[in-house]
Design a protein around this ligand. Structure first.
Ligand code: SF4
Ligand code: SF4
Length: 207
């Protein structure tokens, strides 16, 4: 699995959740079609009258989430950018997605504007294996980010965390080590470490 594979999965799913934040700071989610995936970029479109459009134009911050039939959750966080050459892109999108002609027949298609997500973070979270597997990637010019927990050098090696981890994702060592690809990010280890050696990374920490 790599970043392109994650983008391809989103295109295969096609109808996935696109989330933004409204002008008054409220979360907003809706199902939108992934129209194209090419060369590490994801393309979609929306009508200029929609709240979604206004939210995209305000910040471009976007989260995209889909679930495959075999229970792999694909998540994307990035920035959406409006594309120039509006008619060229809308025509390409309609060519690749002919069902759009039923929704926006004839010239009405040009009320849509094309957008691209060309950088951000991707994650594939597989709940169908034991232990679970999580793979994270950055794409475009985005720097890799780390999430979840790590164990600091103040670990005294008591083993409490490893004994209680629901995914057996902690290995012995000095200090003990969390296998990041198998970690749920549940926080049970952090809550029970007697010396507070388990540290939660902040959202969006760069690696
Ligand atoms: S519970 Fe804390 S001190 Fe004990 S092994 Fe785990 S990280 Fe180290
Ligand atoms: S956060 Fe949860 S799954 Fe991850 S290592 Fe700690 S206890 Fe295990």
């Amino acid at each position: 699995m790599n970043a392109q594979d994650c983008l391809n999965k989103l295109r295969e799913l096609r109808d996935v959740t696109f989330s933004t934040v409204s002008a008054n700071g409220k979360p907003q989610a809706r199902i939108i079609d992934v129209m194209l995936v090419e060369e590490g970029k994801l393309y979609f479109c929306t009508g200029r009258g929609k709240d979604f459009y206004a939210q995209l134009m305000a910040s471009g911050d976007i989260a995209v989430t889909g679930l495959t039939r075999d229970y792999k959750m694909i998540r994307l966080n990035g920035k959406a950018k409006k594309l120039s050459d509006q008619k060229v892109w809308i025509d390409r999108i309609f060519e690749a997605n002919p069902s759009m002609n039923g929704v926006y027949p004839g010239e009405s298609r040009y009320i849509l504007d094309p957008f691209c997500i060309d950088e951000g973070q991707l994650e594939c979270f597989d709940l169908n294996v034991s232990p679970i597997e999580r793979e994270c990637f950055s794409f475009g010019d985005a720097k890799p980010e780390k999430k979840g927990f790590f164990i600091a050098d103040t670990c005294i090696g008591c083993g409490t965390c490893a004994a209680n981890c629901p995914q057996q994702a902690i290995d012995e060592g000095t200090p003990f080590v969390i296998r990041q690809r198998n970690c749920l990010h549940c926080g049970l280890c952090e809550e029970n470490c007697p010396v507070q050696a388990i540290v939660r990374r902040g959202e969006g920490d760069a690696s």
